[in-house]
Design a protein around this ligand. Structure first.
Ligand code: AMP
Ligand code: GLY
Length: 421
């Protein structure tokens, strides 16, 4: 099979790496990919949001299966476009990707179908939002821009002043663009956060192993929010009892609800959960693999990812073998110094092949490119994810940090406490 993966980060590198292990995959392409992905797949110079370009390429090359890694093309309807062109594609259609694309939609869905989540209120006018906040007068409170805002449209406000400023930022100044046309105000919840990704064929849902991420830039959850400085799997909080509760009360009801709404969901549902004192609740849905969660989850999969993707498309997910290794994984992100604010690019990277041939240590590229000399250099905020696997989390963490110095570039920055949550 000729397979095309769409996206360019560490997540897509992990997907390509796993697909490559399938005996069915004869040739893998990635659009647009990055320098590291280019060592495992043929790079295609088409942007992930250039839907016409992607369809044209897939037709020309007679691609048998396309896998969408990123969120933006999903919201733009890339799956619908591929299907209309008679091409096989893995991911939700536009009308189902709204599960991630609109927070108001997902909150209303959960409310309608009794899926546990934080209490919420919706506003299209900043005056009404402010009047509500004055009346409600409970802090902290959470403000969310309705639409996609690169994971940044969430403000946790400690007092009335912050909340008023937050409403202005989102709805008046439009800091997150049209994502802020609608505002969702949410009750503030507490508890450990766990990510559970799941395969979904429209009717059946099969969850993957749990993961946790570290969003802040600095140790002990200090500093600014980032796209993710590291992840680990499994989460010690996600016990078999909690997993059973979530399957029964959150995962299966979500898939059923989407089907009942005429928005059948095929693809990956990523459940962002908070394990509150009142039980697990949904923080957010994503309609795709998480980044950098995928980098710790897929290496633990014992199964053929091509078969699983095909089963999701064909509605036969109950028939495909999916097993998980009884081990643990940690992903430590090597970022450019200054990320997430401003950082230099173009630094050469040493040691990219330090773990070649090892199945317990690997490097997934997130932001790398080739320079004119053909060297692989840094080209983004998050540059690499170093993944270590071992029989338990402590050993995986120790292995990851013991080997980290074998890979390096100028001004690199990483957290020293990944996995210690
Ligand atoms: P989201 O993009 O919805 O996942 O929100 C980003 C982060 O904000 C989450 O990972 C949580 O840490 C935090 N957050 C979102 N909603 C709430 C809430 N209702 N209560 C407490 N924290 C929240
Ligand atoms: N790591 C969170 C996300 O992929 O949205």
């Amino acid at each position: 099979m000729k397979i095309l993966v769409v996206g360019s980060g560490g997540r897509e590198h992990a997907i390509v790496w796993k697909l490559k292990q399938s005996p069915k995959a004869t040739e893998i392409f990635c659009a647009p990919g990055n320098a590291g992905i280019g060592e495992d797949a043929t790079l295609v110079p088409v942007k992930a949001t250039d839907i016409e370009g992607l369809v044209r390429f897939a037709k020309e090359k007679e691609i048998d299966l396309t896998v969408i890694g990123m969120d933006d093309p999903l919201m733009l309807g890339v799956v619908d476009a591929f299907e209309e062109a008679g091409l096989r594609v893995f991911g939700p259609r536009k009308n189902a990707a709204i599960l991630e694309g609109s927070k108001a939609f997902s909150k209303e869905l959960m409310h309608k179908y009794g899926i546990p989540t934080a209490a919420f209120w919706e506003f299209t006018s900043s005056e009404e939002a402010k009047a509500f906040l004055k009346e409600h007068n409970t802090y902290p409170i959470v403000l969310k821009a309705d639409g996609l805002a690169l994971g940044k449209g969430v403000l946790i406000c400690e007092d009335e002043q912050q909340a008023m400023d937050g409403v202005d930022e989102i709805m008046v100044d439009k800091k997150f663009g049209s994502a802020g046309d609608k505002l969702v105000i949410e009750e503030f919840m507490t508890g450990p956060e766990v990510s559970v990704l799941s395969f979904c064929d429209g009717k059946i849902i099969r969850p993957m192993v749990s993961a946790q991420d570290h969003k802040r830039a600095l140790d002990h959850d200090q500093g600014l929010n980032t796209g993710g400085m590291g992840t680990f799997s499994p989460s010690k909080y996600y016990t078999p009892e909690i997993a059973a509760y979530c399957e029964e009360n959150i995962f299966r009801p979500t898939v059923k609800a989407m089907e009942a709404e005429g928005r059948t969901f095929k693809g990956i549902i990523f459940f962002g959960l908070m394990l509150t004192p009142d039980g697990p609740k949904v923080l957010e849905y994503n309609a795709r693999f998480g980044d950098p969660e995928t980098q710790v989850v897929l290496p633990r999969l014992d199964g053929d990812l091509v078969d699983i993707f095909e089963a999701c498309i064909d509605g036969t997910l109950d028939q495909v073998p999916i097993a998980w290794k009884d081990n643990a994984a940690v992903c430590i992100v090597l970022a450019s110094g200054g990320y997430p604010v401003s950082y230099a690019k173009g630094y050469p990277i040493e040691g990219l092949h330090a773990f070649d041939g090892q199945d317990d240590l690997m490097i997934f590229h997130a932001g790398t490119a080739k320079n004119e000399k053909g060297e692989i250099v840094t080209s983004g905020g998050r540059v690499l994810g170093v993944v270590a696997l071992d029989e338990n989390l402590d050993k995986a963490i120790a292995k990851g940090y013991a080997n980290l110095s074998k890979v390096s570039f100028k001004d690199e920055h990483f957290r020293t406490d990944i996995g210690r949550k």
